[in-house]
Design a protein around this ligand. Structure first.
Ligand SMILES: *[C@@H]1O[C@H](CO)[C@@H](O)[C@H](O)[C@H]1NC(C)=O
Ligand SMILES: *[C@@H]1O[C@H](CO)[C@@H](O)[C@H](O)[C@H]1NC(C)=O
Ligand SMILES: *[C@@H]1O[C@H](CO)[C@@H](O)[C@H](O)[C@H]1NC(C)=O
Ligand SMILES: *[C@@H]1O[C@H](CO)[C@@H](O)[C@H](O)[C@H]1NC(C)=O
Ligand SMILES: *[C@@H]1O[C@H](CO)[C@@H](O)[C@H](O)[C@H]1NC(C)=O
Length: 469
């Protein structure tokens, strides 16, 4: 097995120097530069990150390296035994490449564009040296469906990135989820005999999961056909997602595009998401989330929530969604909470959003319930400071109004601001039947359709029990 050695230009210079001295001395000086290479090798091999057109690392032998910049160290999975024929189990090779790259500064685990690599459910864990990159130019995919999934493997997750700091997942390739057979399990909605839904357990793996990790970058990749959520962040701080594509059919159940929870300081930019559930969902414990330049197609829109399930306390604040296009979608921008929760949602801004053929374009639902058997409770997550500005376009449901504010009975929503909100029917007549319950706020401009039911000012009886976070 060939290894690429990891050596900076500075170190290379040092090695060459030692070799020269060594060749002139009788006493053997022990090489102090440690690089992973066969004994007897004299030329260290290092390479820049290859482009997609040159899938394999270029071996350079520049004897006069510039001492200013460290070159990344490439760990090509095929050098660790990965086959990439679409059926051989390449898990061990990926793990070995990961382990080697993790141990050096700025290590790059490289997946060449020539291969389709099948790997099983795997935890890529840290801590690792800073600057670690997993660059996928080829295709990575899991075993094809539940029947091929080894019993010993977790059915809840596939690729897990754990305890990393300063990690990048990027490339020009595809992460394929092979979700078809999972979506058709008889326990999935309406997939049982005669359109029934058989009882669970119905575990299906989330495709990419980042857990307890900080300063994560994700860019360039195409991520598709997840058995369940595509990308999930939990307990992370510092996430940058740029120019990714997520693609799954409209009828694929629970295939949320990007889900974040207990995660702070998130930027999601310039990405296209087409899927069968929430385009982006923001769960409990998130703050400082900035979403810009995202297109959501045939999804369930951009959601905050669901929050407060099983009487839990949820805190979400400072979320901005700007410059989005949401089309052919069940919901546009949504906030959903269960009855009985506590905590708060505050400082939320939805701005410059184009809606095309969405159903519930703007919706707050504080009665979120999957079974239709949820009791009303006195406690609720407190919503305040939600602004909708310059939201325009079309809605497709002639039966319900495109703006729907169903706030909790006991805890009203306050400080909702509407400005330049204009929603017209994709076809047919304007649905002039707004719905608000216990919703307070102001309209800075005339809203279309009009929502006269939004109450001005603050509720008199806003109770002390509406605890913030
Ligand atoms: C992946 O990220 C690394 C580290 O930021 C960067 O050097 C490299 O150019 C990126 N590659 C691609 C294809 O985006
Ligand atoms: C809100 O979040 C943004 C990042 O999206 C951050 O730059 C800003 O400082 C945050 N504001 C507050 C008040 O924390
Ligand atoms: C409108 O969106 C729905 C999904 O909500 C989709 O089924 C329908 O095909 C879309 N209509 C058009 C004209 O694209
Ligand atoms: C809960 O309260 C809402 C608003 O008052 C009401 O419309 C709904 O019927 C109630 N649901 C139950 C299950 O009591
Ligand atoms: C109302 O919400 C906006 C954000 O939408 C915020 O800037 C403002 O401070 C809030 N006002 C009150 C009185 O809480």
């Amino acid at each position: 097995m060939e290894h690429f050695c990891c050596i900076s230009k500075k170190m290379l210079f040092f090695v060459v120097l030692i070799l020269i001295i060594w060749s002139h001395l009788i006493n053997v000086i022990e090489g102090r530069a440690h690089y992973h290479k066969k004994k007897g090798a004299t030329t260290p091999v290092y390479a820049p990150v290859p482009s997609s057109s040159s899938p394999n690392p270029i071996v350079r032998s520049d004897p006069y390296p510039s001492p200013t910049r460290d070159e990344p160290c490439i760990f090509d999975v095929t050098s660790y035994g990965a086959v990439g024929d679409g059926s051989t189990d390449d898990t061990a090779a990926f793990q070995a490449a990961w382990k080697a790259a993790c141990a050096v500064d700025s290590g790059v685990v490289f997946v060449p564009s020539s291969g389709k690599f099948m790997i099983r459910s795997t935890i890529f864990s840290g801590p690792c040296k800073p600057g670690l990159v997993l660059q996928v130019n080829g295709v990575i995919m899991p075993p094809d469906g539940p029947d091929c999934w080894p019993d010993s493997d977790s059915k809840k997750q596939w690729l897990v990135f754990y305890r990393l700091d300063g990690f990048t997942l990027n490339g020009t390739g595809t992460i394929e989820g092979n979700g078809n057979q999972w979506w058709d399990l008889p326990c999935k909605p309406h997939r049982g005999p005669h359109g029934s839904t058989l009882p669970g357990p119905c575990d299906s793996p989330a495709m990419i999961r980042f857990f307890l990790s900080n300063n994560i970058e994700l860019s360039g990749l195409r991520i598709q056909n997840s058995p369940q959520f595509h990308i999930k962040f939990d307990g992370c701080n510092g996430v940058l997602i740029d120019k990714i594509q997520i693609n799954s059919p409209q009828c694929s159940p629970n295939t949320d595009g990007i889900h974040v929870e207990n995660t702070q300081n998130v930027g999601i930019y310039n990405s296209m998401i087409a899927n069968g559930d929430d385009c982006i969902s923001i769960g409990p414990g998130c703050s400082n989330v900035d979403i810009q330049g995202v297109v959501c197609d045939h999804s369930h829109g951009i959601s905050i929530g669901s929050l407060g399930v099983h009487n839990s306390r949820s805190c979400v604040s400072n979320i901005t969604v700007r410059g989005a296009l949401i089309k052919n979608s069940d919901n546009g921008v949504r906030i959903k909470t269960w009855q009985g929760g506590s905590g708060s949602v505050s400082d939320i801004s939805f701005q410059d959003i184009q809606m095309e053929n969405t159903t519930n374009s703007i919706i707050i639902d504080q009665y979120y319930c999957l079974t239709k058997e949820c009791r009303n409770q006195t406690s609720a997550v407190y919503l305040s400071g939600v602004s909708y500005k310059n939201i325009k376009g079309t809605y497709n449901n002639v039966r319900s109004a495109p703006i729907h504010f169903a706030c909790s009975d006991s805890v009203p929503c306050t400080n909702i601001t509407m400005s330049e909100v204009e929603l017209l029917p994709a076809q047919g007549e304007l649905v002039d039947d707004p719905f608000c319950w216990n919703a307070y706020g102001i309209q800075e401009t005339l809203t279309i359709p009009p929502i006269d039911c939004l109450q001005e000012g603050m509720p008199l009886e806003l109770e002390e029990t509406a605890v913030g976070c």
